[in-house]
Design a protein around this ligand. Structure first.
Ligand code: 3NM
Length: 209
């Protein structure tokens, strides 16, 4: 069962989001800084696959376990089950919530991306444990990101989904994180603000404030 506070600083990363750095080292620093949830998102140019992807996921899961931080897998139910993840995150073009639920243990956290209000309402009605709302701001990390919904869009989503936990994503930095929470998000979900930070641990502590 997900608690909204676990969404406070939700770090997402794949091996192609860290520049020249070592993904496991970046994740360790982020965990030391106090991230509250982690999503393994191995997608896009340069991403690993097959056995290499599975081995990396297993190592990251172990690391998250040692900090008691839930390990979520993006859009790969088989991998999530293979590494005994805490949950799965799916986008609008991925498997449906119903299919994911049917394939996963009952304890699994299932998160869903929503880029507009109707998708958010549908995800809430279908029993998503949390909604990933965005992009809030412009982002260059996701190649096919939709038009930003802005802070107003986030507030409208909050009004429509009631108390369903909601984390904001897309272009979030330590400078705008507070405004995102004020607009109705339970937390911030970031890739580059942590994965490309000179000091990921410090970046997390700034995002927590
Ligand atoms: N999903 P950054 S935006 C993975 O809108 C992802 O659903 C998005 O990266 C969505 O924190 C995004 O570097 C990229 O902007 C977020």
């Amino acid at each position: 069962m997900l608690q909204s506070k676990e969404l406070a600083v939700y770090f997402i990363m794949g091996s192609n989001n860290v520049g020249e750095k070592e993904p496991l080292a970046v994740l360790k620093e982020a965990l030391e800084g106090g991230i509250t949830m982690f999503q393994f998102r191995e997608k896009g140019a340069g991403a690993t696959f097959g056995e290499q992807k599975r081995v990396l996921a297993g190592k990251m899961k172990e690391l998250c376990d040692s900090y008691n931080v839930p390990f979520i897998v993006n859009d790969d139910v088989d991998l999530a089950i293979a590494v005994n993840a805490a949950g799965v995150h799916v986008g609008q073009d991925d498997e449906s919530i119903q299919t994911v639920r049917a394939r996963c243990p009952a304890s699994y956290i299932v998160g869903v991306s929503a880029t507009n209000i109707s998708e958010a309402i549908q995800a809430a009605n279908e029993g998503a444990d949390y909604i990933g709302a965005g992009p809030v701001f412009a982002t260059s990390t996701k190649e096919d990101a939709k038009t930003p919904i802005g802070l107003d869009g986030l507030t409208l989503m909050r009004e429509q989904i009631g108390t369903t936990p909601m984390v904001a994503i897309g272009g979030i930095t330590e400078k705008n994180a507070a405004s995102v929470r004020k607009a109705g998000a339970d937390g911030v979900s970031v890739i580059s603000a942590i994965s490309l930070a000179t000091d990921p641990k410090q970046a997390v502590s700034h995002l927590r404030k």
